[in-house]
Design a protein around this ligand. Structure first.
Ligand SMILES: NC(=O)c1ccc[n+]([C@@H]2O[C@H](COP(=O)([O-])OP(=O)(O)OC[C@H]3O[C@@H](n4cnc5c(N)ncnc54)[C@H](OP(=O)(O)O)[C@@H]3O)[C@@H](O)[C@H]2O)c1
Length: 253
C-alpha cells in the first residue's frame, strides 16, 4: 500500500501484543507517530524498544483497558505529549480458557467480556471524546472471525465478546460518522501468534489443523492483518464506514 501517515498520531491498545507490534511498525514505516498502550509497563516499554521509529516517534503510555479512569487519563496524556490523536487501533484482547458453556467458569466469562468488549467500549468512548472536538479521526476495532462470522465449540465467551465488538463497531460508526470519525473493525482468522495455538499444540499440530480448516491452507502472517488495518486507517477507505473486514483465508466464507 502507498498511503502515508505523516504527522498522524496513532494509538494502539494491547500494544505489547504480536499483531499490535507488527501493525505499529507498519504505521511507523509510513511516517506516523505511534503510541502503544497496555496494562503492563515493562512489556510495553520492551515492545516500544523493539520498534524502529520512522519520521514520527515511538512512545508508550500504560493503561488497563477495563478501567475507564485509566483509559481517559491515557488518552489525555497522549494528547498532552503529542498534540492530538488521529487514528486508534483497539487491539487489546484475551482468549480465555475454552470450555463447553455449561462448564465455563464465571471468572473466565467476566474477564474475557471485560477486556475484549468493555475494553473496546471504553477505548472508543475516550478516543471519540477527544476526536469529535478536534476535527475527527479514524478508529479500527479488533474483532475476530470467531464471533459474528463463525463459531467454534468451547469458545462461548470469546465468540460472544468478539461478535459484540463487530456489532458495537457498527453502532458506534453510525453514531459518530457525523462527527467526522470513521469507525470500522477487522476480523482475522488464526494469525501466527501464540493465540493461534490450542493448549499443548506444536507448530506442526497447529499447521495441520489450520490446513484442514482454512481454504487458504495456512494461518495469516500478522503483516496481512496489519495491511487491512492500515487500509481501514487510510484515506483509501474514506467511504468505508461500519465495515467489519474479515481476514481469514476463507475460513468463514
Ligand atoms: N492471533 C490470532 O490468531 C487472532 C485472531 C483473531 C483475532 N485476534 C485478536 O487480535 C488481538 C491481538 O491478538 P494477538 O494474537 O496479537 O495477541 P497478544 O499478543 O496476546 O496481544 C494481546 C494484547 O492485549 C493486551 N491486554 C490484555 N489485557 C489487557 C488489558 N486489560 N488492558 C490492556 N491491554 C491488555 C496484552 O497485554 P499483556 O501481554 O501485557 O497481557 C497484549 O499486549 C486480540 O484482540 C485477539 O483477540 C487474534
Amino acid at each position: 500500500m502507498t498511503a502515508r501517515f505523516d504527522d498522524k498520531i496513532v494509538l494502539i491498545t494491547g500494544g505489547s501484543g504480536v499483531i499490535a507490534g507488527v501493525t505499529a511498525q507498519a504505521f511507523a514505516d509510513r511516517g506516523a507517530t505511534v503510541v502503544l498502550t497496555g496494562h503492563n509497563p515493562d512489556r510495553l516499554a520492551a515492545a516500544a524498544a523493539r520498534l524502529r521509529p520512522g519520521e514520527g516517534g515511538i512512545d508508550w503510555v500504560a493503561a488497563d483497558v477495563t478501567d475507564s479512569g485509566q483509559v481517559a487519563a491515557m488518552v489525555a496524556e497522549v494528547v498532552r505529549r503529542h498534540g492530538g490523536l488521529d487514528v486508534a487501533f483497539n487491539s487489546a484482547g484475551i482468549f480465555g480458557k475454552g470450555a463447553p458453556l455449561a462448564d465455563l467458569d464465571e471468572d473466565t466469562w467476566s474477564a474475557v467480556l471485560n477486556v475484549n468488549l468493555t475494553g473496546v467500549f471504553l477505548a472508543m468512548k475516550h478516543e471519540i471524546a477527544h476526536m469529535r472536538t478536534h476535527g475527527g479521526g479514524v478508529i479500527i476495532n479488533m474483532a475476530s472471525n470467531i464471533g459474528a462470522h463463525g463459531r467454534r465449540p468451547g469458545l462461548a465467551a470469546y465468540a460472544a465478546s468478539k461478535g459484540a465488538v463487530s456489532v458495537l463497531t457498527q453502532t458506534a460508526a453510525r453514531d459518530h460518522i457525523g462527527d467526522g470519525i470513521r469507525i470500522n473493525a477487522v476480523s482475522p482468522g488464526a494469525s501466527d501468534t501464540p493465540m493461534s495455538y490450542r493448549p499443548g499444540e506444536t507448530s506442526a499440530d497447529r499447521d495441520a489443523r489450520v490446513k484442514a480448516a482454512v481454504p487458504a491452507g495456512r494461518v495469516s502472517d500478522p503483516a496481512e492483518v496489519a495491511a487491512a488495518v492500515l487500509w481501514l486507517a487510510s484515506d483509501d477507505s474514506s467511504f468505508v464506514v461500519g465495515h467489519d473486514l474479515v481476514v481469514d483465508g476463507g475460513a468463514t466464507a
